[in-house]
Write a protein that binds this ligand. Structure first.
Ligand code: NCD
Length: 344
């Protein structure tokens, strides 16, 4: 009997079996969407985004609507809500989120105070408040500051399984996390999830001051994941890697982080991007993933900049990042079905 899923705050909140159930439901939904189009009838979802989101917000809304739920997106939620007047997340949860069956939230700040003044991750405060007031609302974390992004980890695992199902059970299976590992909440959730696969070995390929945060290191360290080393040039190890997990440099976070410098795009891409040499070294059955967006234009000037995955690589059969993004819709539908329909 698989336990029902109440909330999804950290990827470690759900078990391997619960994840496989989500993927099974996602596949059934993909094959036969009409069977599911009234399953969440009468359910109300609020998608509260404190930070910019396009694919995550949109795929969540479409998935909820296509299952029959009513789903509203609020972008820039912090500015729109009474948070700007100093309201606590606890009160917002009690007053606003209590009216919904599900709150899907993306919070920009990594930590917020709860009612005791303890600094917690924002969705943890929402769940704490749901329990305090006995609310029916369920909470899904769609990305919290520099912490975690569990629904992305689900679609990432699903994408890896699609291409490398057999390899996951092999002993020598190598994933390289590449780029801004410190600020990449998608990497944090995926690396925590992969602790379920004792055969996996991993490289961290990142600038000196963009390493895996200590909290995540501690949580990964106690499990069986095999660390192969920290590297500062992707080309060095490209020939050994089965899965490349690329990321952009999250410039918007570095400015808030003391001591962290933003590299020039040229420098970042030279060591932490795909180029012709990396491509030449890659195994024929490797896959290249990226949570997207990739950094291809300067947002101030709209000038083209060197990108961590150049557009020409899109033609390469090893590029799976668009398929990975497309999986977001199916996986989020699978998650909502698992949460609200108690399939076992
Ligand atoms: C990621 C995020 O928001 O953390 N995007 C996403 O949800 N697919 C990655 C990023 O912003 O770089």
């Amino acid at each position: 009997m698989i336990k029902p899923i109440n909330h999804l705050v950290s990827i470690r909140d759900i078990s391997y079996e619960q994840r496989m159930l989500i993927y099974e439901l996602a596949k059934r939904f993909r094959e036969n969407p009409n069977v599911f189009n009234r399953k969440l009838k009468d359910k109300k979802f609020i998608i509260a985004m404190w930070e910019p989101s396009s694919r995550t917000a949109d795929s969540s809304r479409r998935a909820a609507k296509d299952l029959g739920a009513d789903a509203e997106i609020f972008h820039n939620f912090g500015a729109f809500s009474s948070e700007i007047k100093g309201e606590s997340l606890r009160d917002t949860t009690r007053v606003i989120f209590s009216n919904y069956d599900c709150v899907l939230m993306r919070h920009g700040e990594t930590l917020r105070p709860n009612k005791y003044g303890e600094m917690l991750y924002a969705p943890q405060i929402v769940v704490e408040t749901i329990k305090e007031f006995g609310l029916k609302t369920k909470c899904v974390n769609l990305g919290t500051g520099k912490w975690e992004h569990p629904t992305q980890a689900l679609l990432d695992e699903f994408t890896i399984l699609q291409r490398h199902q057999a390899k996951l059970d092999e002993k020598e299976w190598v994933i390289a996390f590449v780029g801004d590992i410190q600020n990449s909440r998608t990497i944090h959730s995926l690396i925590l999830l992969l602790t379920d696969y004792p055969g996996i070995k991993y490289y961290l390929v990142c600038p000196e001051d963009h390493d895996l945060p200590e909290e995540i290191q501690k949580r990964v360290g106690v499990s069986g994941l095999n660390f192969l080393g920290k590297i500062s040039d992707l080309c060095q190890i490209a020939g050994e890697v089965d899965v490349f997990y690329m990321t952009r440099l999250q410039r918007e976070r570095a400015s808030k982080t003391s001591g962290q410098k933003n590299m020039e795009p040229e420098t970042y891409v030279r060591n932490f991007g795909i180029n012709e040499e990396t491509q030449r070294h890659m195994k024929p059955d490797a896959i290249v993933m990226h949570p997207l967006p990739r950094y291809a234009e300067d947002p101030d000037t709209r000038q083209v900049v060197p990108c961590e995955i150049p557009f020409w690589f899109d033609e390469d059969p090893r590029a799976v990042y668009f398929r990975q993004a497309d999986n977001g819709y199916f996986i989020r539908a699978g998650l909502f079905l698992a949460m609200f329909c108690h399939f076992v």
